[in-house]
Ligand binder design. Sequence first.
Ligand code: NAD
Length: 380
Amino acid sequence: LSVGITKENRSEARVALTPASVAKLKNAGLRSIFVETASGIRSQFDDEAYIQAGATIVPRDVALGADVVMRIRPFEPAEVEMLKPNGVLIGHVQPAINKELLDKLVEKGTTAIAMDCIPRTLSRAQSFDTLTSMASVAGYRAVIEAANVFGRFFPGQITAAGKIPPAKVLVIGGGVAGLSAIKTAKGMGAVVKVSDTRAAVEEQAKSLGAEFLKVHVQESGEGTGGYAKEMSEAYKKAQKELLAKTAKDSDIIISTALIPGKKAPILVTKEMVDSMKSGSVTVDLAAEAGGNIEYTVPGQISKTPGGVTCVGYTDLPSRLAAQSSSLYSNNITNFFLSMGPHTSKVKGEFFIDHEDQAVRGALVAENGNITWPAPPIPLP
Ligand code: NAD
């Protein structure tokens, strides 16, 4: 069995497999691992490190022709042509928004395994969960981006030159990315407040030393699968008032609020940002899904008339490429090996076990058919 990895698209600095994972796969009995020349260069892994780990450096078409191709970013539909007929692709596919890609994969007979579709509630799938590992990098990096453009210290200090107050950070959405941002901002000495519609976040935020902003309208924010749902008008109005009051007194706002399958809710209006001091910063992790902050320009950094810098980068994990690549590579290798030697009993082989809920959830195309969405997992 051969595995291939290539450079990602031009704007992407991550790589799907690190040399450490290559060595792990070789140890598991994989015969050939083909790495396109310079695939890891932007995430600090050079070709020599891959060779040392047991990979073969090859041109792009050879890597794409492997039995199993591993990737991070969804393929361009045109790239599917270069895959081996009836081969296997493992990576992010996002079938809900990439219909053309899914159709092309079906046409090619590709067995497509979408890392973004692995059921996250399965406890054994946690070590495969790229959405969690990448969100956690994004949350960290959001604070670093904010600190980079914020012209002041995060920690409060009393110095001979005067007293410096700690930076005040508001985190909106305390999921994986938000909790990671809270941890990072607290670690840097900021005072952190957090808003979320799910009650479970209150405990988690408090344990990280952040203050939870409580909306005084009783309503459960829990939707299916532990994700958020859209809230009532009364709740939204009360939350808006609370956010407006808090925004005015914040130096930095980091927003991460998403509702699966919907456009991100606008939670921070232009008016709220205009009420912030000049020099303040917003970072909108929901930018790709439309943004939580009205001023956000997706993919860009911009400045409001009132002097607030708005960061709308949509590639935060790629901006910390070495770390993200290591985590992604661990996730995809764990997942691949879970389908491999243990279950197939043949060293170096792997097979698609439809009874395995993690595999079935991720399988989006097989034998010329769309196999997405997977049937729901029965409750225990
Ligand atoms: P997400 O990226 O979909 O959303 C980010 C956060 O935004 C969530 O906490 C959500 O509640 C919040 N949000 C949505 N609308 C909001 C609004 N109007 N105002 C304020 N906040 C709002 O979520 P995620 O980080 O991928 O995961 C969310 C939750 O899913 C986790 O905390 C967990 O409960 C569950 N999850 C479970 C597992 C697992 O069981 N292994 C893995 C990952 C996630």
